[in-house]
Design a protein around this ligand. Structure first.
Ligand SMILES: Nc1ncnc2c1ncn2[C@@H]1O[C@H](COP(=O)(O)OP(=O)(O)O)[C@@H](O)[C@H]1O
Ligand SMILES: [Mg+2]
Length: 452
């Protein structure tokens, strides 16, 4: 007999709060009254029956990890587990259309709450894991980044580098002035130099007196991060860490070799485009632009004078980026499904609208990246992910604008649900699992959210 516990039993049955009530409704409406409690994505002891089902010997059950992206278009919850060889397995993906989120930030808590509950319940049901703690992706136009160097002198009573020195050199690199309302999100190591010697990626145990290190530092408005943290805690879930969405996506789509060669990842979602550039295995640039697929849909809606829902459908089903792919005069018939009369749309017109907006966004991004010279050294090229990467021919346009090889990318070399990792819309949430796995192996990688 399987060990079953209801999700709802874990919530106090008497004294129902509104939150519990919402959760009950969502679970009930999704037909998910019962959820097999395999193991919490938090520190719960795995049930023996479930270990047997996984074929994992007792005591060696990998810890399930959960990643949540509350995007402008959809909420995505991925449950996975890390393997000792560094690979991850996706156990289940839950999703729900997103509402109450503008340009990557929650603006209507009540509405978004319903969406996140729905996605959580979906993920729990598909993975058989009761989610208690999560890694959460964050984005927003307030996010900024820069590179800086830290430097410390090793205490006199020793002559080699200890873990504490790594922490101290990080703190030293953060001694720069950022706006007072801002907080650090990530301090990502680029290289260490002991006594001005050659770069090294790991300096612990190296003999020397002076440690210097270069970091890529990501920061943003403290209260905006706190909003997301408060929201997720109110679900209620424990937050293990918050992670810049672009950083998470890069973990899903890039290999170590590509990071070493130099690579640019752009994740084009509904309201935002996150970017991150790697060079010599380290993050050199990152950020976001407040443009995405919704802007293309808006342009189509306004340009063709059709409702937004109709424009979105048209973009997804008929949209194409390169011009000249359609025959002169070729049209698409818009059926009377949206309360408008049948309408013929010129295909070339539709594609021109899509192309113009994307070209402008790429140019904007290029200008942003060209403030530094790293874009000249991305030998592995450019990787486009996120929902908009599904637009046919987007890679050709990117290649033309940036002048570097570009390709559409989804999560790589992951076992489990093939349909999940082949969908570029899930790159951020899947990347969170990879990030989580790396953080569990090396706590130095953890961000600063506890100090927020
Ligand atoms: N097949 C498709 N073709 C073109 N655009 C698509 C397709 N599927 C989704 N999109 C677009 O992708 C965007 C959503 O991407 P996603 O990565 O899920 O966004 P977010 O992470 O911001 O929620 C929307 O603008 C949507 O219209
Ligand atoms: Mg996204």
């Amino acid at each position: 007999m399987r060990c079953i516990t209801t999700r709802l039993q874990s919530v106090a049955s008497s004294n129902t709060t509104r939150r519990d009530f919402v959760r009950r409704i969502v679970l009930a409406s999704a037909g998910l009254g019962l959820v097999v409690r395999r193991a919490g994505a938090a520190p719960a002891t795995p049930l023996p029956m479930v270990q047997a089902r996984l074929g994992v010997p007792r005591g060696q059950c990998p810890q399930p990890l959960a990643g949540v992206e509350i995007g402008t278009s959809k909420v995505c919850v991925v449950v996975g587990e890390g393997r000792p060889d560094g690979t991850i397995k996706v156990l289940g993906v839950g999703q729900a259309p997103s509402r109450g989120v503008r340009k990557g930030e929650i603006v209507d808590f009540e509405t978004t709450l319903m969406c996140v509950h729905e996605a959580l319940a979906d993920a729990e049901q598909k993975s058989d894991v009761m989610i208690r703690s999560v890694f959460v992706a964050v984005t927003g136009s307030h996010i900024r980044s820069f590179n800086n160097r830290g430097s410390i002198v090793v205490p006199e009573d020793r002559d080699d580098i200890h873990e504490q020195d790594i922490e101290d050199v990080k703190i030293s690199a953060r001694r720069v002035s950022i706006p007072t309302q801002n907080a650090f999100l990530h301090t990502i190591n680029q290289s260490y130099h002991v006594d001005a010697q050659k770069d090294t990626m790991n300096s612990i145990g190296v003999r020397g007196q002076k440690l210097e290190a270069n970091f890529h530092i990501v920061h943003g408005v403290r209260t905006r991060f706190q909003k997301t943290i408060g929201f997720v805690r109110g679900l209620p879930l424990v937050i293990e860490d918050i992670v810049f969405a672009g950083l998470a996506s890069a973990q899903a789509v890039l290999t170590h070799e590509q990071k070493n060669l130099g690579a640019l990842v752009i994740d084009i979602g509904g309201g935002t485009t996150e970017y991150i550039l790697y060079n010599s295995g380290a993050v050199k640039q990152s950020g976001m632009l407040a443009v995405g697929g919704n802007d293309i849909t808006n342009d189509i809606s306004m340009g063709l004078r059709i409702p937004l829902t109709c424009a979105e459908k048209l973009k997804i089903e008929e949209g194409d980026v390169p011009l000249g792919n359609s025959l002169p005069g070729e049209t698409v018939l818009l059926k009377d499904d949206f309360g408008i009369a049948d309408k013929e749309i010129e295909r070339e017109m539709l594609n021109t609208i899509i192309q113009l907006r994307l070209r402008e966004s790429f140019k904007l991004l290029k200008r942003q990246l060209e403030k530094e010279s790293f874009i000249d050294y991305v030998d592995a090229g450019m990787f486009i992910t996120g929902g908009c990467s599904l637009l046919q021919g987007i890679d050709h346009l990117a290649q033309e604008v940036f002048g570097i090889p570009a390709r559409v990318a989804h999560a790589r070399s992951i076992s489990g649900l093939t349909s999940a990792f082949q969908n570029p819309q899930f790159s951020t949430a899947i990347g969170l699992i990879r990030y989580a796995h790396a953080v569990h192996a090396d706590s130095q990688l953890r961000g600063h959210f506890r100090s927020l």
